[in-house]
Design a binder for this molecule. Sequence first.
Ligand code: NAP
Length: 474
Amino acid sequence: MVDHLLPIGSERVSTGTWLDVRSPFDDTLLGRVPSCTAEHVDQAVAIARSVHAAGPLPAWQRAEILDRAAAALAARAEEFALLIAGEAAKPIKTARVEAQRAVSTFQFAAATARTLTGDMVPMDASAAGVGKLAFTLRVPIGVVGAISPFNFPLNLVAHKLAPAIAAGCPVVLKPASQTPLSAIRLVEVLLDECGLPPGHVNVVTGSGGVVGNAIVEHPDIAMITFTGSPEVGWGIRAAAARKKVGLELGNNAPVIIEPTGDWRTAAAKIAVAGFSHAGQSCISTQRIFVHRSIADDFTAALVEHVRALRVGDPADDTTDVSALISKSERDRVHAWIDEATAQGASVAIGGSLDDLGVLRPTVLTDVTPEMKVCALEVFGPLVAVAAYDDFDDALRLANESRYGLQAAVFTERIGDALTAARTLDFGGVLVNEVPTFRTDQQPYGGLRDSGNTREGPAYAVREMTEERLVIING
Ligand code: NAP
């Protein structure tokens, strides 16, 4: 068990009071992190502000730091996978994927740092502009306050830090209290091994209500980049009216399976996409709309795949599904299952706790849109299957959601695929792939309660820079 100090400026800071970081699987004490106050946030912001005032590093240097970060993460992938598996109870094989994805995130940010430019403005397109030359420069927006969730403790931190470094913005980062260890280690590696100068990324740990709120309210922070729940995210948006606020929030991802679609492949993919990290992904497949003519065959195939999932210790190479982030979250999901069954849903598999107290992967059928397991974000190891008769109805049902991150359709008919792409009102529509699919360079983000921005380094860098117009007369 280690006490972790916080990189703030050139110091490694301890605040004198500590917060335990425990395994959600077996409660082992993994480490302790400092409990910060608003004064520590002030201190970190003052340092970040002075870094901003000194001006950004040249783009080549930012790109080299990001390249070195990608190489360092690749070299330390197993170390990070173990940290993620420990603090998030993410099965080690899934944690390894996250660690590799973080390598890509830094690589794409390095490419963006090298190619970031403004635009030429066609001044002589208006009579008043004749004789003038104009272009825009992309300049760093200022100090970025980054607040991250527990479910991707490394790669979602990377999706905030890597574009900020590419854009030339200093950062004050607050990782989730349940999973701060990967974030602190990442920043140590950036500072100690990759040439990131002190003060460019500063870490503060502590509760959302105290430390997160101090970041949100701080007058010297120009932009908040937040990933987490809609309730907290939209509260931040309301509290920070004068800041730019990028929100990456929740979802209850739908997939439609047409009779022409490859439903066997869909069943196999959903058994991963609905249960990876016990469903604690913002694009976890949750609502499954399957054509009535194939519903029984599809459900039987899905149940067989789900039966094969191994539930257990996240450190075990064979584990597919482990504990939820907390007992209270487990109990919430369990209660939603019980409520759905009381309202008429059937449990095709799962629905109960195993001997270790882990919620078993669950498939519900006969669900209706009003049930919590459909209407809200479950964020647990559960998929809900509903049969439909008509494709238009399925599209309508998929759209009936307060969320709008990613949706998917399985079909062999190009016309239906294009109809789905035009009709599904989501940030991303996938054809013959699950809605849970993501690469780290794609524009990623949602509508409605799913957020208001796009991540992926090339897109996040645009959010973190201002376009400054330059006009030259003569
Ligand atoms: P959360 O409870 O909203 O917490 C997210 C972060 O916000 C944590 O660092 C938390 O700190 C902090 N926070 C809490 N209250 C705050 C406040 N009043 N002011 C400022 N910060 C505050 O979310 P979570 O449970 O960690 O993550 C799950 C959610 O994230 C799900 O809804 C999921 O869909 C969403 N998510 C979205 C994406 C995406 O890209 N769209 C990706 C992953 C997850 P503490 O940890 O100290 O409470």
